[in-house]
Design a protein around this ligand. Structure first.
Ligand code: KG4
Ligand code: ZN
Length: 341
């Protein structure tokens, strides 16, 4: 019976959560910086770090009070320490180390991508880990894994350029929509014709489990702005219906690629189920398409698809039970230094 306080600050959300027994989420607080970064249509790392400094203690306080616990009730402290923006990570890591040291409690360092995979187990006590294909679809990652348990995760393939969420955000910018683009395109796609425009499905080599999303992004750009992107300065010449059709067609191409990669990975691993986490796993079109899939596909509860600290606190429980504690020399590991497991 452990109560873990988790912290997450890899990118632009400052989050803290209290999780009991690895899956009972007693609180999950996320301070989003979306409004701050929206005017730049993407995350500005320096601004993100500064916002984390301001947010981290209030978020921890709120997580404790909404879980109705005090610091002394916390059995361990967890923090996502890799991979992410270095300035952002440092704030969460420093706060977590300080809390662990001051409270005399064990510390766990968590891999953000593994935490996204673990999110399927949150508030899902019946969830049974068995060999599965895992996918993390987010703004920073598009990767496929063989998952034999929460701590046994092996990378099979990943994106060679943009992450799928990044493509959603950039396509939304091309269409003159807001940030983050994923939820907006998801909504528009419900009203559009997915067959209106045939965007490319980049599958890479035969049997490849890697992804590429830069081609489709350029295809949308040329479709909107004309040959080599030079006919129109923006998307203002398009009607609302045309924009919805482009959104639906783009989304259909992404779902197609994801579905086919999932099929390849299941064939290769002979796993019998799939788990999908990360911000893009909230996508309604994707969930609907995979409801009829050849194998069961487990998604996290919607509130745990985008970045949160509950997934880190939950995974930390498993890690600590297996004796994997971190020292106070725990480092923040940025993307460029990161070697995926
Ligand atoms: O997992 P996440 O919060 O952050 C990273 O680890 O990167 O994912 C954020 C990404 C953004 O690119 C956002 O546009 C996308 O997830 N996203 C969606 C949806 N909701 C969020 N993409 C497609 N459909 C959605 N409903
Ligand atoms: Zn994430």
């Amino acid at each position: 019976m452990a109560t873990v306080l988790g912290l997450e600050s890899t990118c632009d959300e400052t989050a803290a959560a209290v999780v009991a027994d690895g899956c009972r989420v007693r609180s999950s607080v996320v301070a989003s910086q979306v409004e701050i970064h929206a005017k730049y249509r993407g995350v500005v790392p320096e601004i993100a770090s500064r916002a984390h400094i301001e947010n981290v203690l209030p978020v921890v306080k709120e997580a404790l009070s909404s879980a109705a616990v005090e610091l002394r009730d916390i059995d361990a402290v967890a923090v996502t320490n890799r991979p992410g923006l270095i300035g952002s990570l440092l704030i969460g890591v420093t706060a977590a180390k300080t809390l662990a040291w001051a409270l005399g409690r064990p510390l766990a360092g968590i891999d953000h991508v593994h935490a996204h995979l673990y999110s399927v187990a949150l508030e899902n006590p019946g969830f049974a880990w068995m060999p599965a294909v895992g996918m993390v679809l987010s703004g920073g990652h598009t990767s496929i894994y063989r998952v034999d348990g929460p701590l046994a995760v092996q990378l099979l393939g990943s994106t060679t350029d943009d992450a799928v969420g990044e493509a959603y955000d950039k396509v939304a910018a091309i269409l003159g929509l807001g940030y983050p683009g994923g939820p907006i395109i998801d909504d528009l796609a419900q009203r559009g014709d997915p067959q209106a425009v045939r965007f490319p499905r980049t599958m890479l080599g035969r049997g490849s489990l890697d992804f590429s999303f830069s081609g489709i992004k350029t295809a949308v750009l040329y479709h909107v702005r004309g040959y080599q992107g030079r006919q129109h300065p923006d998307a203002s010449h398009l009607s609302e219906q045309q924009i919805a059709d482009i959104a639906a067609s783009f989304q259909a191409a992404c779902i197609d690629v994801i579905t086919r990669k999932l099929q390849r990975a299941l064939k290769k691993t002979r796993a019998k189920m799939a788990i999908i986490g990360g911000g893009v796993s909230a996508n309604r079109g994707l969930r609907a398409a995979l409801a009829q899939f050849q194998a069961p596909v487990v998604f996290p509860d919607l509130k745990y698809t985008t970045d949160n600290a509950a997934m880190s606190a939950g995974l930390a429980d498993v890690k600590l039970r297996s004796g994997q504690t971190a020292g106070l020399d725990l480092d923040a590991v940025t993307y460029s230094q990161f070697q995926p497991a």
